[in-house]
Design a protein around this ligand. Structure first.
Ligand SMILES: C[S@@+](CC[C@H](N)C(=O)[O-])C[C@H]1O[C@@H](n2cnc3c(N)ncnc32)[C@H](O)[C@@H]1O
Length: 267
């Protein structure tokens, strides 16, 4: 890490996320794979009901930081499900964090889940659901594994409002290495909170309890990205992080957002 622990702690301090602030900033920065997984998880949990012993699916957990956080903070049992990160890698981190009794790492693709039907009491998913969850049939498949009444909380990059006409140039312009922030193969999965509300509500499978952009979400996202750049942490997922920072600065909350959706499977 290219900055001191004190500098990193300062950059990651946010009174909105008191639980996250207690975690080692080097651990948070070196396991990051997107906007701070702890902040997004803490934010969702504020609006959800998690009680010790519940079975929680952490869908697309990446390096399992959110899973470790859920176990430590709420005493829930977590299935840390990811595709890109192996169960072995996550198991090491889970053991180091001392929560192996509560967290089970699983490597599984989102359409090939082998859990029992109606197994989970809740789902948390941060910076992940948009990769596989936008099809019309995914919610129906996914909720097979949830109990009636289970809550689903997702926090993902998205939009404040839909684009009118062409994409803003600052999202598509290329840097000196020929990279742009907006990857047309991926970023059309960014949607507004209302899009997600409608996408889920009209299925009649869930009741949407909350769907909104996080307050000042672009600044939250930018602050973490700035810390990643300052610490010179390699970005595992999205190429050079300054691309994200530049796009967020230029956009200034016009379109880019972190959106949160919480729903409950109908009884
Ligand atoms: C941007 S990373 C975020 C990881 C972690 N939640 C975080 O916030 O640090 C997206 C995660 O979604 C997972 N993912 C993407 N597509 C998936 C799929 N088809 N099935 C299961 N997981 C998937 C990846 O394995 C990856 O770890």
């Amino acid at each position: 890490m290219k900055i001191s622990e004190g500098e990193a702690r300062e950059m990651l301090l946010d009174e909105r996320f008191p639980r996250s602030s207690a975690y080692d900033p080097e651990w948070v920065l070196s396991n990051q794979m997107g906007p701070n997984a702890l902040w997004l998880t803490e934010s969702l949990c504020e609006r959800m009901t998690l009680t010790p012993g519940m079975r929680v699916l952490d869908m697309g957990c990446g390096a399992a930081m959110s899973s470790i956080f859920l176990a430590k903070e709420y005493g829930v049992r977590v299935w840390a499900n990811d595709l890109w990160i192996s169960a072995e890698d996550n198991h090491k981190r889970i053991v180091e964090a001392g929560v192996e009794d509560l967290v089970t790492p699983v490597r599984a693709e989102a359409h090939s889940l082998l859990y029992e039907r109606a197994f989970f009491d809740a789902v948390i998913s941060v910076d992940s659901f948009h990769y596989y969850g936008t099809s019309d049939t995914y919610l129906g498949y996914f909720t097979n594994f949830l109990k009636p009444g289970a809550q689903i909380g997702i926090a993902i990059p998205g939009l404040i409002r839909d684009f009118e006409g062409d994409l803003p140039a600052y999202l598509t312009e290329k840097d000196e290495n020929g990279h742009s922030f907006w990857d047309p193969k991926e970023h059309w999965s960014f949607h507004t909170a209302d899009w997600w509300r409608n996408h889920w509500e009209h299925t009649d499978i869930v009741d949407v309890e909350y769907a909104a952009p996080m307050k000042d979400g672009w600044e939250v996202w930018l602050r973490f990205d700035d810390a990643v750049v300052a610490a010179a942490i390699p970005m595992a997922v999205h190429g050079p992080p300054n691309l994200t920072g530049n796009a967020l600065r230029a956009d200034h909350g016009e379109y880019l957002a972190l959106v949160e959706i919480i729903a409950r499977v109908k009884e």
